[in-house]
Each structure stands twice: as structure tokens, then as C-alpha cells.
Design a protein around this ligand. Sequence first.
Ligand code: SF4
Length: 1014
Amino acid sequence: MNPITPTTEQQQILDLGFDTIRISAGAGTGKTTTVAMIIANLVTNHGIDPEHILGITFTNKAASELADRVRSYLGASVDPGREVEVHTYHGFAGQILNEFGLLAGLDRRPEVITPTFARQILGEALYNANLEHVDITWSGRINRIKHLGDRLGDHLLEPGDLLTSLHSGEDPWPERLEMLQTLDTYQKTKRELSVVDYSDLITLSTNLVRGSDEIAGTIRERYRIVVLDEYQDTNPAQRILLATIFGDGFPVVAVGDADQTIYEWRGASAENFDRFVLHFSRPDGSEPHTRELTGNYRSGQRILDVANEIRKEANPDASDLSSPNRTDGTIETHWAEDAMAEAEWIARRFEKLHDDGASWSDMAVLFRKNRDFPLIVETMSRHNIPIEVANLGGLFSVPEVAELRAWLTLLARPESAPATLQILFGSRYRLGLADIAPVSRWIARTIDKYRDEQLPMSLIEGIEHLDEIEDLRPAAIERLRHFLGVYLELLVEVQGASLVETARLILDRTRAWADVESLPPVQRLTARLNLYRFLDLTEDWSPLRGRSSLPAFLDYIEAMEEEPAEELDAARLSGEDAVTLVTVHRAKGLEWEIVAIPAVTKGGFPGRSQMYPDPDTKADILPIQFRVDDRYSDMPADPKARTEYLRTENLMQEWRVAYVAATRAKSHLMVSGAHWYGHPETNQNPKEPSPLFNLIRDHANSTDTGFAAVPPRPEILRFEDDSFAPDPLFESGWIAALADEIEDPTGVAAIAERLGIESAHTKETDMWSQRLFDLPEELNVEEKRDDLTVSVTALVTYAGCPKQFYWSEVDRLPRRRNPAAVAGTEVHRRIELIQKGNIPFEEISQEIYDVPDTDTGPGAYKTFLDSRFGENRAARVEAPFTLSIDDRFTIRGRIDAIYANDGALEVVDFKSGRPSEDPARIVQLEAYAVACDDIDFEVGDVTTMKVTFAYLGGGLTEETYEVDAGWLAGARAHLEELGAGILEERFDPMPSDRCRRCDFLQFCEAGLAFVGAE
Ligand code: SF4
């Protein structure tokens, strides 16, 4: 069974067998492995059926990782298809509602809204409310009301519970009551829309099980034991739900690490883990066992020594983590003059480590605050280091994305001066304040002249009157004219365009892709990765109500930026070779060889809270008497003592965040800070090292690589602008400049002469010539293909266009990430989970929940659920196969679902989109049919077979073929013919409608001719 031998600590836990246990698992101690071992041990050595074990964790990512791990441990010891049930906490609650909600008069399958949609509904409630005490002009108002609403949910309360309660009526109650009334409206709107939020899932399901012993009993009887992962992050409501069903002696294993509780601000209760022994009991009624894991398999011991010290700041009684097999680990600290110098230090160290053999994806910069992203993004880009920004907040600071967002804003809100200036000051137009000042002066004068009319005038209206404006530089006039031309052109073109089309049109008309292409390879990768991420966002987004509109999308991303809950899930990385930039909170659960933590300044990290969550002074904090746990019950009444108490609580949490950050590094930890911050304008006073920085710098294992003296305050922290395009010398862009130079090789030399920089020009061109001469000769070795394995997808591509196959599989060219494919993968994953008996839930995208969209029909997943495929259970799901067509040609693939009914086999491929006309698609079904004929999928004797495409986009469409002997022979011959074509290297272009979606169209002559001819 277990592919890994348990450690002594793990074995001691396994020896406890079928019992109630709390396991304290320090960072990197192999928590998931241990949980999987426990489950496998229960099945193999205690005779518990896998389907009688329930696993619950926080995110879908963690749930699928756990399910995979258990599957690999159980291996062949259980029959295929017999699986442990693994849910997320919200998914488990959702399943209870799905199953028993009708009994309580609830919708059977309520639609779940994301926090960002919740904020939009709240915004509407706020807009319509008549408020006296809530400051509706403050940008954080919705956050505060939502915060109060979420905390009510954490403690199973409704707004009405507080509205009707006895209270002093003194501050902050007047404001709190108005917030509660707004939340009451929010609740009503959700009911009208038949949607629920995450809090509702837990509250409603808890009410169900608390109100009916029968329901709780029915759920309990399904399982023999429950394993709770990341238990330290649960809130009181989740604990009550679980204890109502599984308290009272039912075997429960809870795994977590109280020292990694970093989500108390969103309702996690550290008390749940601490008091597990009081909330749950062993089958004989006695107190649960408690065990600890301290063997760390991630980091070198020298890093663990430092992490142990940090952990003790939050919890002096914590046990030390130790590495069983690594004594290594490098820890470096650095204190720079200013934030720019600090960013330079990180970039240079990364370059050196990369030169020494580390890949970029081995490295990460972990930020405590979003505000520290931009300077590091800029510095990495100046050093040609590819980066992937994994936080949405950070993503908007990537210049290409920020500029695209500014254009979107300008199209929706022409009066937006910040968006106009962002574009004009950006790398394309590179104007300065002095260039805009005459326009502003003209506007001021004009408004003055027509004062009576009180007409406001936007910057862009001013730019429309360039002829009337004096004192403008000729170059500025030219660029402003160009900007206006692009803007007016876009205004016309985006009429009726979808959101993603609008974004693409902007990128096209502003020649952004050409600029990206002209960047050096590394910066190009960075720009592309992050632009694609943003385009995915525009494509995935749909509004909760009404049509998808640009202003609504801009509101949405603004709300998303302010919504920390969107950042709860661990970051999902593309896997490209790029340095990850991410906040510490989103880095939980991830690891890298090399981790840099910048801005470790006093008040920065550990962070100092601006406002302590004092329920006696803050309206959005739930008063202690309404909490269902005892957390904060020892909070002093005296205001001063209370502030001190809350300060200490905040500090402890910050040390826990620091512990999480330090334990992400496997072999190299870099910690830094600087005297001067503030981007672009510098703070008034220099920063000092924080206690965290000092602790690490003073540790015997760390190396101090420099501590700069305090320099005079720099006025501004900004790199000299040396953006790549357009260049004042080559305003038509690099590509055109290159074409001109090829035409007339003296052109650039003449410019150099005019500028008096001939010798620098000669030196540079000589150096590059030499580099070109030094390039190795291209090896002319003929590649012989004598055997071949291709995926089904690749084979479909070959059948559609051999040239496209060549560029995607043989001489691979970069391809754009396909958002539709990503969404499709997600739908497939959900179908797989539900077919295996689990109800998956996703915390990120509303698309995943199939929020009703009246314009496009029901979502793919809902279509699946309502179809005959959703109603029946498939015999095999996601069944992998390797099919040998002949000695030289093999096809690999994975069949979505095989339904078997008394020998009648139906092989189904689910498509999340709408029906396709592409003739090549049939190859997929041909491969599946031949695979089912050749391979035993253990679905019993087959008497008849049919193959089906089930298109789930815009409602169900089925395309089915009966597979008889003739169909099968034709399919086999077709596959052989395609394999022979690839082996004989026949890669001629085959233009067709697919050219329009082809990533290679721009440089495929045949494709361009086809599209042009049409
Ligand atoms: S553009 Fe058309 S012909 Fe060219 S590779 Fe793509 S699909 Fe084939």
C-alpha cells in the first residue's frame, strides 16, 4: 500500500488507528501525506470502506491533491471507482443544502455568488438606503458593511438578531444599526435573486442539521470517520456544523497548525483548533488524542532554525521543526539606502542564482503588502527577469495591464483624467506634466469664459481643441493628435463589441502586441503572461444581473481589488519559467527553492494595524456578547488596556504570517528592507528595520550582506524612463525601424552622427556583429522519426491542418493560453468529481457556479447536471488509455465518460462550448471507439457501442454515431493514415475556417491568403 515508509511520528499516529485525534502539523511536515496515510491505513488495516471515509479541506486545489494522494496510496488494494469522498468545507455544506434543502423550503441547488458579486449587491443596497451615520462617501464603506455581514455569518447570526437586540444605543451603535439595515436589504435581495453567499451555505446547512436529528443522523450514518484538514482556518459556524453532525464520540481526525492561523481577520477562530479536545470526543467519550508532526521535509535546517525563532514569537511553547535529512540553507539580509536599491539587490541576487543554475520558477518574492509590488515589477523588468504576478492587486501594477485598464476606463468614462494621464504618461506617448499643463490652462480659461453655463470639461475635450492651445511642443501636439485619433477610432469600433473583444481591439489599435513583440524575450514573456491573465479575466466575467457592460466590469475589478477575500485561495501558477510575485497570504501551501521577502520594515512587516478591531468603537466589529465562541472573552473593558490587548493580538498574527513566509523557502531565504520608501514620492521619515528583520539578521545562521547608512531623503523614487517603444528616434516602432535599416543600412548611423554618438554606435554594432558571428552553426542532422506517440488533441490538430500541428508539436512556437480551454477543463473537473459522488465548489470564479445568464442560456455545468448524462452515473470517468495503432504509432488520450448499460456502451466526450462544424473533430471519437474496441476498460461485455459528443454550451446538443464494424474499420484506417502522414513529415498547410482561430495566422501565408480571399 503506502509507497512511502511512515516516519516515527507518522507511525505513532497510524498506530492510534480508528479514533478521534488532533494532529498539530508544523509547516512542511508532510500534512497531506500524513492525512493520505491515515486514510489508506484505515482502509487497509482497519477494514473501513473508502466511501465511508469523509475528507474535508479548504480549497478545491487541496481537495483534489488529497484525493489524488489517497488514490495513489490505495492503488490496486481497492476496486476502481471506490473512492474516499473529499469535499471543501463550503462544498460539504452545499451538499447538505442540495440534499435536504427542500425539506426546509430552500432551493435544491442554490446558486452561489462570489464575494465580489456580494459586494455589488451590497453596493446597490447602500445606494438605495437612507443613511445618516454611515459615511457613504468613503471608499471602504462596502468593505466594512460586508465585513460585519461576514462576521454575523461566522457566528450563525442574521442582521435581525442584532437589530432586535438590547444595546446601549451609544456609539458605535447608531452607525452599526444602519449597517445592519443595509445588510438586511442585502439578505432580501439575495432571496429575490435565489442566490446564496458563502456564509449562507454554512448558516443554512447548520440550521438544517440543528433543526433535525434525523438529517444529522442520516449524514452521520454514511461515514465511519471524518478527516478535517486545515482545521485551524475554520470559523465557529463551521465548527458547530461539524460538531452537530460528528460530535458526541464519532471518530474525527483534525489536522492543522495553530501557528499558521493567518486568516483571523476573515473569521477563522484559533479557538477551534485549541479546543478541539473539548468540542469532540473519542468513541468511548474520553478526550481525543493529540499528536504533533515536527519533521520538516521542505527546508534546510539552517532555515528551520530561523523559522523556529520566528514561530516562538507568536507561540513560545511551540515545538521546534527539524529536518531529518538536510543541514543546509542560506539566509541573507540586506538593508539598502532606498526601495530602488533594495529592488536592485534582489534582482541582482536572482540573476546570480540563475547564472549558477537555478531556474526562474524556483524563485519568488513574497510581499506583505500589495503597495510594494510596482517597484519590484519594474526592477525585474529592467533586469530582463521574467515575472508572473500571482495577485490581482499586483497584476494591475504591471505596466501593460495598467495601460490596457486605463484605455478601458477612458472608453467607459471619458471624463477620467487619471486614465487619460496614465496613457499619456505611459511608454507609448511619454508626455510629461509640462506637456499637459497648456491643455489644463486652456480648459481652465475656457470654463472661466463660459462660467455661466457651468460646463465641466474633460481633459480629452481639451485635447480635441489642440489648434486653439498655445505653448505646446510640436512633438507633444503630434502625440496628442495620435492619441486622440486612436481614442476616436476605438470609440466607434467598440460599439457592440463584447468585453474581451473591446480589450483585444485596444491592444490591436494601440499596437500593444507589436510593442510586446519588440521587447526582449524575457520582458516579452512577462508582458504576455500578465496580459493574457487580464484577458482571461475579461473573458470569464459575466454580471450577476443585466448585460455585460464595460462600466459594470470596471466596477467589478475595482471591487475585486478592494476585496481581500478574492485572494484567499492559494495562487495558481502557469508553470512558465518565471519568478513568482505574490503576497504571503496567497503563498500559503506553496514552496520555492529561493524566497525573497522585501520591505521588512518597522510597522511594515510585522504590520502595524491602522485601526484595531475594537467592538466598542468600531461599528463593523461584532460585539463580543454575540460571538458563539469564547475568543476575546478576556478582552479588558478599560479602553487603554483593550487597545494594548488588541495590539498584542495583531502582532501575534503578524508573527504567524512571518512564520508562513519564512517556511516557504527550501534552500535560500533573502530578507531585506531600506531606509526610504514611497513610490514615486518619498515618505517624510526614514524607515527602521523591524523586529523580524533584526531577529533574522542577528541569527547565527544568516549573513548580513550590507547595511547602508541613511542617505539624505531623495525627493522621488523613480527609475529614469527608458521604455522600449515607441522611441523618440523611431516613432513608428522598432519593427518599422528595422525594416528601414534593412532597406538603407546607413540610416541609424546617420542618426548617430547627428547626435554626436558615432563611437558609441560603432562600439555597440561591432559587439553585436561579433555576437552574431559567434553563434554556433546550425546542426544539420536529419531527424528520423521511426516511432511516434501523439495525444488525441494533437491528432485532431493534424487532421485539421498539418502545418498547425507542425508549429504546435514539432517545431513548437509559443501559443496563447486558451481561456475557453481553461474553462472547459474546469467544467470537466467538476463533471469528474460529481460523477465520483462529490459536489465540488470553487471559490474564485462566478462562471464556475453557472450564475444564471439570461443572454447566453444556462452554464455548461448546469446543462450537464440537467442532462441524461448528469442523471446517470458513468462506469468510467476520465479513463486514460494508450492505444497502439501499429508498431510505430501510438495514441494517448483520456475518455471523459463511458456509460455502460447491459452491454450497451456509450462513449461520451463533453464539450463545454457549442456544437462545432470542424470536420477534424471526428478523429477524437474515432480514437475513443478504437480504444474501447482494443482495450478492456472493465465495463463488462460489450454488445453495442456508440460514441457521442455532448456539447454543453448554450444548452445540450448531442452528436452521436453508432459504431458498427464498418464504422470501426473506417476509423482505424483514418487513424493509420494520419499517423503515416506525421511519420512521413507531411506538414503542408490546409487552410480552412480554423485559420481564424489559429495562433500562427500572422505568419502563415496560406492562412492569410485564405482569410484575405474571404
Ligand atoms: S493559419 Fe490556417 S493554414 Fe496556417 S497553420 Fe493555421 S490553420 Fe494551418
